[in-house]
Design a protein around this ligand. Structure first.
Ligand code: ADP
Ligand code: MG
Length: 622
């Protein structure tokens, strides 16, 4: 029979599995059992949809059998099974879960990374087996098929016999080598241990024939061996267990088993309520950002169970967008199973649960912030931006709900601070919460516009996320103190040096404004500069940072902030300007152009005419 080839990316994974030096091989069993459990879930769905079918609990199970002599470990299930095409599709290529698509070739080589981070599914069995046979009969079909593969060189599919609907996965366990022990996967106690560790909460019985011995009947000292079928897993789902019985590790295992993420969550929240609506929920706050988190592809949602049965994989209505990073599940007895998904979305009970969950998540985050700052900051690193979008979204509808979760980098503390912390340090006479927006902390630290505010001893919040200033504009104030950009026209600080503007200066600035045309709306003597010669500030709502961010979006071109060129009249450059103004109008034009372009460069804005600028510098040097 002709061998079929695995698809290219599957081949790479297979190769990894076969030659894996990964020590955590035992997870192959978790993978196969979870597939079996999924398959039973699917048949369960079928019976829910079809009135003529009933789900007879006792006939659905997973069973492990060991044939030590032939080194075979079989995992059987009475799930939905696979027909010929499905065997080909599902086992011939990597699961479409997407976890693989984004991985680059070079990352793929790093076996540790992948195996540690993702569920690797069916293929992981090749870590322990040198041959895999899958015998399957699909629900609603009379035919059964055998899929078989020795690994990398492909697989075959042929018809065969099988009585029950379902799937048998038969692994031929590798021979022991000098360094490696594979026999353990044929040992009952070892298999039992793995099942307990990873699959204890699987809702269907996982059975195994175990060898036992007993006193021979009628004898007082003669024993006989016999086998007995035992159910190994406890089947009680973790969310129905008492919190006191569970360890952090149990939750972490559940998180991993469920594929909620590949990181270690910073926090789990276990809710069991019997109030107006009774429900159990286990929620996780991840530490690391999923690779697609800030893309359109990312789907938020919690798993929704009705009385222990999964009815929706990602129920989006259970989470507000700004908490879209939360993973987990909700199980409620009060939701009816046969409810259609459309109806479910508007279900009142669901809304109450969603609201409870929202508040609970916020409270837990506040507590984390207070009690374990390090963890919170790790979380914030990944999802802080999402929270800030949350402030901004829906015209700021939830800005107050979220404001205490925000952190910004402080010019004085040199670390992230809360708005409350900022207020607590604020001198009495300070009128505003000052901020500066820019690309990075390093750049902001050198920003000329911060000079006066910093000189006053006032703390400045550094905004380096694109969303920051937008969020703050929506918030406007925090506890009645308004936010103020260091680049805004009016700073609310009395300048110490009184820059009397004489007539001559005024006409100089007018002339410069004329030279610059529409590029700036005004040229002024600066109140905020100390050591730098020039800077740009803005008038009006739209800041220069916002202009940059908006113009980076494809749909919004040509947006301009209202810019003001500020000149430090205490700087030597200013005397040069005055000189030029009085004696040499060409020189004034040259200086004006240079200063304006300098200001653009400091802001990180593109020069209008780079060539002209560099020619002007040459002119200056000659
Ligand atoms: P995943 O479970 O993430 O989809 P796997 O590699 O574990 O990826 O499995 C690939 C696919 O093979 C499954 O999605 C399922 O369709 C099918 N499959 C695997 N094991 C079984 C089984 N025991 N019964 C029915 N289908 C199965
Ligand atoms: Mg799987």
């Amino acid at each position: 029979m002709a061998k079929k080839q695995f698809k290219a990316e599957s081949k790479r994974l297979l190769d990894l599995m076969i030659n894996s030096i990964y020590t955590n091989r035992e997870i192959f069993l978790r993978e196969l059992i979870s597939n079996a459990s999924d398959a039973i879930d699917k048949i369960y769905y079928q019976t829910l949809m079809d009135e003529n079918l009933t789900f007879d609990k006792d006939s659905y199970y997973i069973k492990l059998s060991v044939d030590r002599e032939n080194r075979l470990l079989t995992i059987s299930d009475t799930g939905i099974g696979m027909n010929k095409e499905e065997l080909d599709d599902n086992l011939g290529i990597i699961a479409r879960s997407g976890s693989f698509n984004f991985k680059q070739e070079n990352e793929l080589k790093d076996g540790y990374d992948i195996i540690g981070q993702f569920g690797v599914g069916f293929y992981s069995a090749f870590m322990v087996a040198d041959k895999i046979t899958v015998i399957s009969k699909a629900f609603g079909s009379d035919e059964a098929y055998r899929w078989e593969s020795n690994g990398i060189d492909g697989y075959t599919i042929e018809p065969c016999e099988k009585d029950l609907v379902g799937t048998d996965i038969i692994l031929r366990i590798k021979e022991n080598t000098e360094e490696e022990d594979f026999d353990e996967y044929l040992q009952e106690y070892r298999l039992r241990g793995i099942i307990k560790k990873y699959s204890d909460f699987i809702r269907y019985p996982i059975k195994m024939d175990v060898n036992r011995s007993r006193l021979k009947e009628g004898s007082e000292d003669k024993y006989e061996n016999y086998t007995e079928e035992q159910t190994i897993n406890s089947m009680v789902p973790i969310w129905k267990k008492n919190k006191n019985e569970l360890t952090d590790e149990d939750y972490d295992n559940f998180y991993f088993e469920k594929r909620y993420g590949f990181d270690k969550p910073v926090k789990h929240i276990h809710i069991s309520t019997d109030g107006l609506i009774s429900y159990n929920a286990i929620l996780f706050i991840p530490e690391k950002m999923p690779f697609d988190f800030y893309t359109q592809e990312y789907e938020k949602g919690l798993e929704l169970y009705s009385n222990g049965v999964l009815i929706m994989n990602k129920c989006a209505d259970l989470l507000p967008d700004y908490f879209s990073f939360v993973k987990g599940m909700v199980d409620s007895e009060d939701l009816t199973l046969n409810i259609s998904r459309e109806v479910l979305q508007h279900d009142r009970q669901l809304r109450i649960i969603a609201n409870n969950i929202k508040n609970r998540i916020k409270n837990e985050l506040v507590q984390l912030l207070q009690n374990d700052r390090e963890k919170y900051e790790a979380f914030y690193q990944s999802f802080g931006r999402r929270l800030k979008f949350g402030v901004y979204e829906n015209f700021g509808a939830d800005k107050e709900f979220l404001q205490d979760l925000l952190l910004f980098y402080s010019s004085q503390e040199k670390k992230l601070v809360t708005l409350d912390e900022y207020l607590s340090r604020m001198p009495e006479e300070q009128k505003f919460i000052y901020y500066a927006a820019g690309e990075s902390v390093e750049k902001l630290e050198k920003l000329p516009q911060t000079e006066l505010v910093a000189d006053k001893g006032y703390e400045i919040l550094y905004f380096t996320d694109d969303v920051d200033e937008f969020a703050i504009k929506i918030m406007m104030s925090y506890k009645d103190i308004e936010f103020k950009s260091v680049a805004s026209g009016e700073l609310g600080i009395e300048a110490e040096t009184d820059n009397e503007i004489d007539e001559l200066n005024r006409s100089l600035f007018n002339e410069m404004k004329n030279l610059l045309g529409d590029s700036v709306s005004d040229v002024r003597a600066s109140q905020r500069l100390k050591s730098h010669p020039v800077c740009l500030t803005n008038q009006g709502e739209l800041s220069i940072e916002m202009e940059k961010i908006l113009n980076a979006m494809p749909e919004a071109q040509g947006i301009k902030a209202d810019k003001v060129l500020e000149i430090n009249t205490n700087h030597e450059v200013f005397s040069a300007l005055r000189e030029a103004y009085e004696n040499d109008s060409d020189k004034l034009a040259l200086f004006t152009n240079l200063l304006y372009n300098q200001a653009l460069l400091i802001e990180g804005l593109p020069l209008q005419d780079p060539l002209e600028f560099s020619n002007n510098i040459c002119k200056l040097m000659n």
